[in-house]
Design a protein. Structure first.
Length: 246
C-alpha cells in the first residue's frame, strides 16, 4: 500500500493508566458518536449549546486505548480540552507524533472505509516514515468535490446537525448523554435543521454566508438557510426534507 500521508492530520492517544480506568467510558460521555461499537467512527466534541468545537475520527488501539485522528492545527487544543474533562481520572491524553494518518481515494486491503461516506475512500493509521508522500491537497480536492466539510475552519461554531453530521454518520441518537446532546436531540426530533453547510462553486458563493473559500480549487463553503438551497445543487448523500425548512 503506497504511503499517502495526511500531514495536516495528527493522532492523539488516550490510554488508561491502571486497570480501573475505561477510556471508552470517558469518551462516551463527551462526544457525539458511539465509541463502544464498531470503530472507526466520525464524531464531534461540542459546546454545551450543541455547536461544533472539534471533529475527528476515533480508532481502536488495543489494551483499552483509543486513538483520535484530528486536524494537526487543532490537536494541542483538543488535548487541553479533553484533559479539562478528565478531572482526576487516571487517563493519559497526549499527542502521538510517531503515528500518522494515511489516505487513498480507492478502496483496498489494509485500511478502513471512511465512516462518513464510502466515496471518501479509505484511511489508516501507521508509524510515520521519512519516505511518506503528502496527500493533503488531493484529499482536500476529493473531499470538496463530494461536498463533505470538516475541520474548525469549515465547521467551527456551527450547530452539529447543521454540519450534516446525521447524514454523515457523525451522531448517535441512542447512546445517551454527551456535551451538547440536549439541543442536538431536540433539533433532530423536531426536524428543525434550518441551516446547512454546503460546498458550492466559488463563483456562486454568498459572501454573507461564506465560512471559507478555496479559490485555487474553485470551491467555497456557505452556511445557508435550507429554504434557500437549490435541491439540484446538493450532493446525493444529503437528503433535505420539507420539515427542515419549516
Amino acid at each position: 500500500m503506497s504511503a499517502h500521508r495526511l500531514f495536516q492530520r495528527a493522532v492523539i492517544r488516550l490510554a488508561p493508566q491502571d486497570d480501573t480506568e475505561n477510556v471508552a467510558d470517558f469518551l462516551q460521555g463527551l462526544v457525539t458518536n458511539d465509541v463502544k461499537g464498531q470503530l472507526p467512527v466520525w464524531a464531534g466534541l461540542l459546546s454545551a449549546q450543541g455547536k461544533t468545537m472539534f471533529d475527528f475520527l476515533i480508532w481502536p488501539a488495543g489494551d483499552g486505548q483509543l486513538l483520535i485522528d484530528c486536524e494537526a492545527d487543532a490537536a494541542d487544543d483538543l488535548v487541553k480540552r479533553l484533559s479539562l474533562y478528565r478531572l482526576r481520572r487516571k487517563i493519559d491524553i497526549s499527542r502521538d507524533d510517531t503515528i500518522g494518518v494515511y489516505w487513498q481515494a480507492e478502496q483496498g486491503d489494509g485500511g478502513a472505509r471512511d465512516p462518513r461516506l464510502a466515496d471518501l475512500g479509505q484511511r489508516w493509521l501507521s508509524p510515520v516514515s521519512e519516505d511518506d508522500a503528502a496527500a493533503d491537497h488531493a484529499w482536500l480536492e476529493h473531499r470538496l468535490r463530494l461536498g463533505v466539510p470538516e475541520g474548525r475552519g469549515e465547521l467551527g461554531d456551527i450547530l452539529w446537525l447543521e454540519t450534516n453530521a446525521a447524514e454523515l454518520h457523525g451522531v448517535s441518537f441512542e447512546k445517551g448523554c454527551y456535551i451538547g446532546q440536549e439541543n442536538t436531540a431536540r433539533m433532530n426530533w423536531r426536524q428543525k435543521v434550518n441551516r446547512r453547510l454546503l460546498v458550492v462553486p466559488a463563483s456562486d458563493s454568498d459572501p454573507k454566508r461564506q465560512k471559507i473559500a478555496y479559490p485555487e480549487l474553485g470551491f467555497a463553503i456557505d452556511h445557508l438557510r435550507v429554504a434557500d438551497i437549490d435541491p439540484a445543487s446538493t450532493p446525493e448523500w444529503m437528503k433535505l426534507t420539507a420539515g427542515e425548512a419549516g
